[in-house]
Design a protein around this ligand. Structure first.
Ligand SMILES: *Cc1c(COP(=O)(O)O)cnc(C)c1O
Length: 444
C-alpha cells in the first residue's frame, strides 16, 4: 500500500504542474489522494469490524473541514464529530445524517445545545454547568439526541503538551480522579435517566497507544459502574474519541488502526462483546498521509553561509510546524520545476515561507538537494489539519485544494475540492463593507 501511495503522489505532483494547477501565478496548492482516503477508511472499518460491537466511526471535522471530503466520507459510512456551529453546518452541508453526528465542543452556548437537541445529534456534555443547561433543555422539549458525559481519565500526557487532553489539569471533561469526582458522576447518571453515553478522548498526536487504551479502559469501567448502580443498561454507547498518532517520518502507516484495535481488544475486552455500541472520532490518522502541499520556490538566497529557499508555503498553511517545529516537523521533498524529484547532493538549507516574520521557516538546516528559483517543494503528510486550519497572517489567501485519482500508468484526474480564496473574499473578511465606519465617531 505504501509504495502504491508513494507512486500515486509522484504522478500527481507532476500532473499538477502539467495541468497548470500550479504555475508562477498560482504558487501553492493542496492535494488529496482520494484512493488513499478510501484505503484509510477501509482499514479503520476492518480494524473494528465484527464480530463484536456495532461501531459508528465519525470523522473529526476540525482535521479537514472540507464539504466534499466529508461527503466522500459520509458515502463510505462515516459520521462527523463537530465542535462548533461552523463545523456542524459543514457536516450538514455534506449530508452527514444526524444520527451519525456528535457535538463535542467544550464551550457550547445554550443556542448550540438547543439546536443539537432539536436536530437529534449526539451531544457530549463537557462539565457540570453544561449538564445543568441540558437538564432545562431536555425538560423543555423532547429530544432524540443521545447524550453523554465527557470524562478525563487523567491517565497522563504524551510527548506534545498541547495535544494531551488526559492530563491531571486538562481543560476537557470531568476530571475523574479528582476527590469526589467519581461519586459525583455516578450521581449525575443516577439523576438523569436520559444520560446514556460515556465519552473520552485521551489526546491526539504524541499520546502513546497504551495511554489511549488506558483512557478507554477508565471510560468503560465507569460505564460498568453506572449500569451496575442503575440495575439496567443505562449507558448504551461508549464514545472512545480519536487520537491515533501519525508517522510523519516516512510513508509507512504506523501505528495502523488494527494495531490500536488489537490493543483495545486486549486491554478492554468488554468493549467488543456486543453490550455497548461504540463511537470513534479519528481525524489525523484518517487523512494525514493522503495530503500534500505543493508550493513554488519563488527565490533562493544565502545568509550567514546558510542557503535559504523562499517558498509560498509558510505559517499561513503549516502554522503548527512553523510555531512548534519540534513537535510538528514535516518532510519536505525537493522537486524540479516539472514536479520531479530534484537530484543532487544534500545541502543544508532553510526552507522558508512567504510570511513577514523571521521565524516563518518550514524546515531549518535541512539537508536537501539545493533548491533553485522556480523549483517546487512538496510538504508531505499534510492531509489532516493543514488545509482547513488556515492562519490569516499577511492576509495570505487559503490555497485551492484538489483531490486526485492517479492510475498506475501515471495518468491523473483532479477534482477541485475548494477554490483558492479570492481577493474579494479577503476584502470582505477585512471589513471592506464598513470602510467608512471609523470616520464618523469623532476625534476625542
Ligand atoms: C481533535 C479531536 C478528535 C480527533 O483527534 P485526532 O488526533 O485528529 O484523531 C477527536 N475527538 C475530539 C473530542 C477532539 O477534540
Amino acid at each position: 500500500m505504501t509504495s502504491d501511495a508513494t507512486a500515486r503522489r509522484g504522478h500527481a505532483l507532476r500532473a499538477a504542474v502539467d495541468q497548470n494547477l500550479l504555475s508562477p501565478d498560482i504558487p501553492v496548492i493542496g492535494l488529496l489522494d482520494v484512493t488513499g482516503i478510501h484505503e484509510a477508511v477501509a482499514a479503520l472499518q476492518e480494524a473494528f469490524a465484527p464480530p463484536g460491537a456495532t461501531v459508528t466511526h465519525t470523522f473529526a471535522v476540525k482535521a479537514a473541514a472540507l464539504v466534499p471530503v466529508l461527503r466522500l466520507l459520509a458515502g463510505l459510512g462515516l459520521g462527523a464529530e463537530v465542535a462548533s456551529p461552523g463545523e456542524l453546518a459543514i457536516a450538514r452541508a455534506a449530508g452527514v445524517p444526524a444520527g451519525r453526528v456528535v457535538l463535542d465542543s467544550p464551550a457550547k452556548t445554550v443556542a448550540e445545545l438547543r439546536e443539537a437537541l432539536a436536530l437529534g445529534i449526539a451531544v457530549n456534555a463537557d462539565n457540570p454547568q453544561e449538564l445543568t443547561r441540558l437538564d432545562a433543555l431536555v425538560a423543555a422539549a423532547p429530544t432524540a439526541s443521545p447524550i453523554g458525559l465527557r470524562v478525563n481519565p487523567q491517565v497522563g500526557g504524551g510527548s506534545i503538551g498541547a495535544m494531551s487532553t488526559a492530563t491531571a489539569t486538562s481543560k476537557f471533561g470531568i476530571a475523574l480522579r479528582d476527590d469526589g469526582a467519581e461519586e459525583w458522576v455516578l450521581r449525575a447518571y443516577a439523576d438523569r435517566p436520559w444520560l446514556n453515553r460515556v465519552h473520552t478522548h485521551t489526546g491526539s498526536q504524541g499520546v502513546p497507544l497504551d495511554l489511549m487504551a488506558a483512557g478507554v479502559r477508565a471510560a468503560y469501567d465507569l460505564a460498568e459502574r453506572v449500569n451496575a448502580a442503575a440495575g439496567r443498561r443505562q449507558v448504551t454507547t461508549l464514545d472512545i474519541g480519536g487520537g491515533l498518532p501519525v508517522n510523519f517520518t516516512s510513508d509507512e502507516v504506523t501505528p495502523a488502526f488494527h494495531d490500536y484495535a488489537r490493543l483495545l481488544r486486549a486491554t478492554v475486552p468488554g468493549l467488543f462483546d456486543g453490550r455497548y455500541r461504540l463511537v470513534t472520532e479519528f481525524g489525523r490518522s484518517l487523512l494525514a498521509k493522503t495530503g500534500t502541499v505543493l508550493a513554488r520556490v519563488e527565490y533562493t538566497k544565502s545568509a550567514g553561509g546558510r542557503p535559504i529557499a523562499i517558498t509560498h508555503a509558510g505559517a499561513q498553511l503549516a502554522t503548527r510546524t512553523v510555531f512548534a517545529p519540534d513537535a510538528w516537523p514535516l518532510r519536505v521533498e525537493a522537486l524540479d520545476a516539472g514536479g520531479r524529484p530534484r537530484i543532487g547532493d544534500p545541502v543544508v538549507q532553510d526552507v522558508a515561507g512567504p510570511c513577514c516574520f523571521a521565524g516563518d521557516l518550514l524546515a531549518r538546516a535541512r539537508p536537501l538537494p539545493l533548491l533553485a528559483e522556480g523549483d517546487l517543494i512538496a510538504l508531505l503528510d499534510t492531509g489532516a489539519y493543514y488545509f482547513s486550519t488556515h492562519f490569516a497572517y499577511n492576509s495570505l489567501p487559503r490555497p485551492a485544494v484538489y483531490g486526485y485519482h492517479a492510475s498506475p500508468d501515471g495518468s491523473v484526474r483532479f477534482a477541485l475540492v475548494r477554490a483558492a480564496q479570492t481577493t474579494e473574499e479577503l476584502l470582505a473578511e477585512s471589513g471592506a463593507a464598513e470602510s467608512e465606519a471609523l470616520m464618523g465617531l469623532g476625534r476625542s
